[in-house]
Design a protein around this ligand. Structure first.
Ligand code: ATP
Length: 234
């Protein structure tokens, strides 16, 4: 593969209370790549992201760039270049859009850069996060991740509760940002076809194992063969 690796996961096992739900998965994200992590409810997608971020205990290798970060504290993994947008977005509701971004931005330049990517946020920068629409909140959560100038941006169920048009706009923006900044994007998505429209490659998880992987176009065919309802698609 041509582009440098930003994330390499090898033989990852992870779980809760000593019980594994992720059973030895391998995956890779390159600089500027958008990679989709697909699978039915309970397949282990969220757990995989939590393990990469050091939020659940894990075994195996989690390399960010050239460094194995497994076992590191979450804050240290974040400083190594991993931005994680969790399912619940975890914004500071009482703080304004600008304040939420300023807490994450490494510099004024980064703040200006993300506001240029999301001009809609610049227009509401004085508004409290708690009063934003779902789409605006998701935009803010993603912008906050990007403000850390990450090497890897992981987004869990970005489309949850959002209108299809908003989802498409956000995905298109992510695609552009990845190409322009060289940031790798790892996307956990329920909307399989929409995710595959923007992704370069995808992995399909079932019961904590990778059961299929490949370029997005090939995965679209592969997943078409599976029952669409099983994956909870568009
Ligand atoms: P979803 O789309 O529902 O989030 P997922 O693919 O992200 O699905 P995970 O959330 O990673 O799946 O869940 C994988 C398995 O781990 C499931 O069987 C789930 O019940 C279990 N699990 C998730 N969170 C916990 C937890 N905090 N404690 C114990 N088991 C958990």
């Amino acid at each position: 593969v041509a582009e440098p690796t930003v994330l390499a996961v090898e033989g990852l096992h992870a779980g809760y209370d000593g019980l594994d739900v992720v059973h030895g998965i391998d995956l890779r994200v390159g600089a500027g790549e958008v990679v989709a992590l697909l699978g039915a409810n309970g397949a282990g997608k969220t757990t995989t992201l939590l393990a990469i971020s050091g939020l659940v205990s894990a075994r195996g290798v989690v390399r960010v760039g050239d460094t194995d970060v497994k076992g590191w504290a979450t804050e240290k993994i974040a400083r190594a270049g991993v931005a994680h947008v969790p399912e619940n977005r975890e914004l500071f509701g009482e703080l304004t859009v600008a304040e939420n971004l300023r807490l994450a931005a490494r510099s004024r330049e980064e703040l200006a850069r993300v506001l240029a990517i999301f001009p809609a946020l610049a227009a509401i920068s004085g508004r409290r996060a708690s009063v934003l629409s779902g789409g605006e909140q998701q935009m803010l959560a993603i912008a906050r991740g990007l403000a850390m100038a990450p090497r890897l941006l992981m987004i869990d169920e970005m489309s949850l509760g959002l209108a299809p048009l908003i989802v498409e706009q956000l995905l298109a923006t992510l695609r552009e940002v990845a190409l322009a900044s060289g940031c790798g994007v790892l996307l956990v998505e329920q909307h399989v076809h929409r995710a595959l429209d923007v992704a370069d490659r995808a992995y399909l998880l079932a019961d904590g194992r990778v059961t299929a992987q490949g370029p997005a176009a090939a995965m679209r065919d592969e997943i078409g063969e599976l029952t669409a309802g099983y994956l909870g698609d568009d």
